[in-house]
Design a protein around this ligand. Structure first.
Ligand code: E4P
Length: 223
């Protein structure tokens, strides 16, 4: 399983890039809006500037989302986003009938696409039928409504494997390390993780204690 960072924050992206473990970045209108406080011009135009900066910082795929919900406008906004870097940007579109029409058109133009806001196996099946490149099932938001979000990942991976589906699964709405462990155990292709959680993944109390003991023992030799 490979790692995406779930963030549009420049500092966070720079910091995680340095660790050499990043395979991609997911953004969404909520994450971009957090970077656009107190702006006076068109937010979509400003968000494109943020995405441009991200593309310059790191050469990985960056999932970017249009805000419109009507097919023609979804395509129009997606094309604007894809123009930033046709190689890096993947148009991430909520799974609706309008979104399906948009993905069909973008695929005909040979652009990479993703379906987001996936909450059921049926939605994941529709996405596979559309032959989209990625899907983003949201585990945390399913937990929020009393379900076990990672059960959906298990179901999707089982069925996708059964039919040798080419669409890749990026587990999203990740809130804790259990979500990440389960996603890996169920064979998810990618997980998109918020900044702080990446540090939680890589730390262990015994690693910190172990380093201190090595230093202390080493220092005892030097008199
Ligand atoms: C990423 O693609 C999603 O937009 C993101 O993981 C959503 O996370 P949230 O449910 O914590 O907002």
């Amino acid at each position: 399983m490979k790692l995406f960072l779930d963030s549009a924050n420049i500092e966070e992206i720079k910091n995680i890039k340095e660790l050499g473990i990043l395979n991609g970045i997911t953004t969404n209108p909520t994450l971009l809006a957090k970077q656009l406080l107190n702006i006076t011009s068109d937010p979509f135009k400003e968000s494109k500037k943020v995405l441009e900066e991200i593309c310059k910082i790191i050469d990985v795929e960056i999932l970017a989302e249009p805000v419109s919900t009507e097919y023609k406008k979804i395509v129009e906004e997606s094309l604007q986003l894809l123009k930033i870097s046709p190689k890096q940007i993947v148009a991430k579109i909520p799974l609706t009938s309008e979104g399906l029409k948009a993905v069909k058109e973008l695929k005909q133009k040979n652009f990479k696409t993703a379906f987001t806001l996936i909450f059921s196996l049926n939605q994941a099946l529709i996405a596979a039928m559309a032959e989209v490149d990625y899907i983003c099932p949201f585990v945390g938001r399913l937990d929020d409504i009393g379900q076990i979000g990672t059960d959906l990942i298990k179901e999707i991976m089982q069925v996708y494997k059964l039919y040798n589906v080419k669409t890749k699964v990026i587990v999203a709405s990740v809130r804790n390390v259990e979500h990440i462990k389960k996603s890996a155990q169920y064979g998810a292709d990618f997980v998109t993780v918020p900044y702080k959680l990446i540090y939680e993944m890589l730390s262990h109390e015994l690693t910190t204690k172990g380093i201190q003991k090595f230093i202390d023992d080493w220092n005892k030799v030097l008199i």
